[in-house]
Each structure stands twice: as structure tokens, then as C-alpha cells.
Ligand binder design. Structure first.
Ligand code: ZN
Length: 328
């Protein structure tokens, strides 16, 4: 079916490091003289995408294998501008994504402080603006991500930048990254409060791997608008009720969950959706990184319907929820 005849979609959970076509990253890397571990394009494509039965043991492995390269290639003003533009306009042409929230950590793209952070963020905004100029049917916003591996003072700089550029297209903040022994969600309460007070949307990656205590804390204390993944809440009925009562939307990325061993298999994914539906937990369907996981939002929807995990009506409810829960 041609994409333009499909229903328009909103993708709320999409990482810049996993959303740019490999051929574009390949060209950017060469233009900047970045030394890649291979001279073969096909090996490079294989290196930054997942196919067949490929799986990561956990999120740590995913970050080490993939984000390491994509973040390095995107670490310049020119690279980030081109990347953001390509993701937003490509997703519209190929997947009829008319509402697009794209997220990235600017401090993982400034070569450890060598590049100016403001320049990186503004370049992302320019890339987005150029895409919107070409495709006025699309609405978009950028989310700045804090990292579990950064100390709270460093993450606060990201929040301050998000606030500084809120009027220019930064619509929210997020916390992501694999579990880190020194990380404390409590130490980041002031970060989320500050962002909220400035009118930014708040979403938090939690309840993806087994982090139930952390997710309980996020729901009760951080009180975000949305949660990235949050699928582990099915192991705690009271928590599911609190998520539903607070009206927090879960951003669920089925293929990503399977690829990163967050869900053991399709049956586990099915149980997850069943529990969420039974407790009226609101959710939107997202891709997390369509290029890395070789998927797109329509494909995610079709997969869930074909496997009998969701009905077409339930998919439609999630589609509408994504528009309602947007920060744009
Ligand atoms: Zn994510």
C-alpha cells in the first residue's frame, strides 16, 4: 500500500542514533574523515542494524555495539543537522509520520566537550526546521536526553539547555542509558521538576529492564507525562493501577523489546499487552529506532495484529493516544 494512503501516525519514541539510514551515516562519516572499522558499506550496514534472529543480551550490549558508532558519526553540527532532517522527512515519506518526536543526548555528540553544545542543539533545530519547510504537513519536536551514566550536575546542564531552547523546538526531556551502579533517580528529581516548571514535557526510560523499584519511584515522585517502555509494570498490579490513574502514557516499542531481550519472545509480548489492556494502562506504539531495528510504525502495527496481540481497534486506540500524548 502506498504510504500516503495509510493512516497518519505519530511516533513519540525515536532515538536519533538509531533512526538515520545507514547510507546517509556512511556518507557523513566519509565527509568528516571518520575512521570506521570497515571499508565495506555492506559490513557497515550490518554493523549498525539488526536482522534475522539477531538479539542483544541486554541494553548495555546494544549501546556498546550500535550507539557508539552512530553517536560518533553524528558528533558535529553538520552531521546532526543532516541526520535530524533525514529522519523527519524520511519518516514522513516512507511511513506517513506526521507527528514526530525525535530524541538525542547532545553531550554524546560533542566529542567530550570539544564541540560547542549550543551549536549541536541549534544544528538539530535547523535540521528539523528544514524538514518542516519541505513538508509542512508534518509537526515535530526534539527531546533532550539525560544519561544514567552522567553525574547529576552534568545532566542538569542538559535540562538547562532544553529550557533555553524550549521556544525553538525542544519539547521535552528524558532519562536513558543502561543501568549504572552509581545512578540515582532520586538525585534527578530537581531536574524533572525544573523541566516541568518550565513547561517542558517529561518522559523517562524506566521499567524496560527489571527496574520495578525505580519505576514505582518515577510514577509516584517524578510524575512524568509519559514513560519510555515501562513494560515491566505488568509484574505489579498496584503499579499498573497507579500508572493508569495518573494518566501516564507508556511508549511501547515491540520490535525493540524483542531485539534487546526485554521480552523473551512473542508470547511474553502478548502477555504484556494483555495485562496492560486489562488494567487500562494507556499506551502508544513507537519504534525506538526504525533503522537499527529495521522496522517502521505501520510494520509494528501489522505485526501486533497479525500475531493476534492487539485487535485493529486496539491499535487504532494506541494511534490516537500517541497524538493526544504528544509534547508538540
Ligand atoms: Zn528508547
Amino acid at each position: 500500500m502506498p504510504q500516503r494512503t495509510r493512516k497518519p501516525l505519530a511516533d513519540l519514541h525515536n532515538h536519533l542514533g538509531a533512526s538515520v539510514r545507514p547510507s546517509i551515516l556512511w556518507s557523513i562519516a566519509h565527509r568528516q574523515g571518520i575512521k570506521l572499522p570497515t571499508k565495506s558499506y555492506w559490513e557497515f550496514e550490518e554493523m549498525i542494524t539488526m536482522r534475522g534472529k539477531e538479539r542483544n543480551r541486554n541494553l548495555g550490549e546494544m549501546h556498546e555495539r550500535f550507539f557508539r558508532w552512530t553517536e560518533l558519526i553524528q558528533s558535529s553540527p553538520e552531521a546532526i543537522e543532516e541526520s535530524v532532517k533525514a529522519v523527519i522527512d524520511g519518516a514522513y515519506r516512507r511511513g506517513n509520520i506526521v507527528l514526530h518526536e525525535l530524541r538525542f543526548n547532545p553531550m554524546k555528540r560533542n566529542r567530550g566537550g570539544e564541540r560547542d553544545l549550543d551549536n549541536i542543539i541549534m544544528s538539530a533545530v535547523w535540521g528539523m526546521d528544514k524538514a518542516l519547510l519541505e513538508y509542512p504537513q508534518v509537526k515535530a519536536g526534539l527531546i533532550l536526553i539525560m544519561d544514567r551514566g552522567f553525574p547529576p550536575e552534568q545532566n542538569m546542564i542538559i535540562v538547562d539547555k532544553a529550557i533555553k531552547y524550549a521556544g525553538r523546538g525542544i519539547v521535552g526531556v528524558d532519562m536513558a542509558g543502561p543501568n549504572h551502579p552509581k545512578f540515582s533517580m532520586r538525585a534527578h528529581l530537581p531536574h524533572f521538576r525544573k523541566a516541568k516548571a518550565a513547561g517542558l514535557g517529561v518522559t523517562v526510560h524506566t521499567g524496560e529492564e527489571r527496574q520495578l523499584d525505580e519505576m514505582r519511584f518515577v510514577v509516584d515522585e517524578v510524575r512524568p507525562d509519559r514513560i519510555g517502555h515501562g513494560v515491566q509494570c505488568i509484574h505489579d498490579r498496584a503499579l499498573m493501577r497507579r500508572v493508569a490513574d495518573a494518566g501516564i502514557t507508556l511508549e511501547i516499542c515491540p520490535t525493540s523489546n524483542l531485539r534487546n531481550s526485554v521480552q523473551k519472545d512473542v508470547a511474553a509480548l502478548k502477555r504484556t499487552f494483555k495485562a496492560l489492556l486489562a488494567h487500562d494502562v494507556p499506551f502508544a506504539l513507537c519504534t525506538d529506532g526504525p533503522e537499527m531495528y529495521q522496522t517502521h510504525l505501520h510494520q509494528e502495527q501489522e505485526f501486533l495484529i497479525e500475531r493476534g496481540i492487539l485487535t485493529p481497534a486496539q491499535v487504532e486506540r494506541a494511534r490516537k493516544r500517541a497524538f493526544e500524548a504528544s509534547f508538540v
